[in-house]
Design a protein around this ligand. Structure first.
Ligand code: CO
Length: 368
């Protein structure tokens, strides 16, 4: 059984527990997760029905038939052609699966035009969201996923080492130029794309946590927040280092950097199965509060990472969600001093039986 089929069978068990009759997916991470088929959403009806029992059914435009059969494990592939009304084909499938009075969980990101057609085909059904059954599965990574995540982590680690090695050569480059160079290095190290644009926040721009990159010229002595990742076999990496490429940073910088490093370490050391996500956030926040920068740590400590670079579990204050073996998430505390600089340090961790496995392992210091 492929990992994709195993996940679909686990999804069927959850459908039964949730008292739902089927989940209906369209081109999305959920569909990739359960079928192995990866496609961008488009205007044609391409839907996958996973019923509580029996085999899933793909309804696809006929130009996709060969591709769907090659890339997914699903055998029941039904097609419609460009001259047909896809809503008639849809009505046939929901009738075959006997979904009329049922409870149907629709892919969270399904375009409204397709969910409207589903509703029209099933006027008496109850609707919910697919994440109800799929998100808990996706939060516990299986071996195939962990393997891809480890390779993505190693790939971004090699690239970040090469960025650090640029040292004083970075002074005089714009953030845009450095971001383009980072993308080139990621591809050169075997990355298959980027999950989000590289964040390059130099000097005062680093105080904006989601500043992407701009035309500011990087100066000697600038702290530079470097937050980027790459994708390997559909799975992303995500790490952040804050470095000074040359010269002496502002007076407060070394202390703040040390505080953020200590917060990261405290949070990582808290990670183990059964610990609440909010306790990991608490561990990082306490270190930063004690140092007097509590009001400058202006975001949650982390986010789950899987096929989506932001997914469950979220490592956020007050969350009593218990960490489970196989959860993968970022630990990324930061301190942001407006108009001066920012510091963020981020690693991805896997929850293991005994604690945490780090997916990133490069120098966390600020000197290049
Ligand atoms: Co992140």
């Amino acid at each position: 059984m492929t990992p994709f089929e195993r996940r679909a069978r686990a999804c069927q068990e959850r459908l039964a527990d949730a008292d739902a009759d089927a989940t209906v997916l369209f081109p999305s991470r959920n569909l990739l997760y359960l079928s192995g088929f990866d496609e961008e959403p488009a205007e044609r009806h391409l839907l996958c029905f996973v019923p509580r029992e029996g085999d899933p059914v793909f309804l696809v435009p006929d130009l996709y038939e060969t591709q769907v059969r090659a890339e997914s494990w699903l055998a029941d592939v039904r097609t419609w052609s460009d001259e047909d009304d896809p809503r008639e084909a849809l009505a046939d499938v929901v009738s075959d699966l006997d979904l009329a009075g049922g409870r149907v969980l629709v892919d969270d990101t399904m375009w409204a035009r397709f969910s409207q057609d589903l509703r029209a085909a099933l006027p008496a059904a109850d609707f919910g969201l697919a994440s109800e059954v799929i998100a808990p599965l996706r939060a516990r990574k299986d071996d195939a996923e962990l393997d891809a995540l480890r390779r993505a982590g190693a790939t971004v680690d090699r690239a970040v080492e090469r960025v650090r090695d640029m040292g004083a050569d970075v002074v005089g480059m714009t953030e845009n130029e450095l971001a383009a160079e980072i993308e080139r290095l990621l591809a050169d190290e075997g990355g298959e794309g980027i999950p989000f644009g590289p964040l390059v926040g130099s000097g005062p721009n680093g105080a904006m946590p989601h500043h992407s990159h701009g035309d500011r010229v990087i100066q000697s002595g600038d702290p530079v927040v470097l937050d980027f990742g790459t994708v390997v076999d559909h799975y992303p990496s995500d790490q952040t280092r804050t470095v000074v490429f040359a010269g002496e940073p502002p007076a407060a910088f070394a202390e703040v950097h040390g505080v953020v490093q200590a917060a990261r370490t405290a949070a990582v050391e808290t990670v183990e199965p059964g610990v609440a996500a909010g306790d990991v956030d608490r561990a990082a926040r306490e270190v930063i509060e004690e140092a007097g920068y509590g009001d400058r740590f202006i975001h949650r400590t982390g986010h789950g990472v899987g096929l989506d670079v932001h997914e469950e579990p979220y490592i956020v204050a007050g969350s009593d969600r218990e960490l489970e073996v196989g959860n993968v998430f970022s630990v990324e505390p930061g301190v942001y001093l407006p108009d001066e600089f920012g510091v963020r340090i981020e690693d991805l961790v896997v929850v293991t039986e005994n604690g945490a496995e780090l997916l990133n392992d490069t120098d966390r210091g600020w000197r290049c």
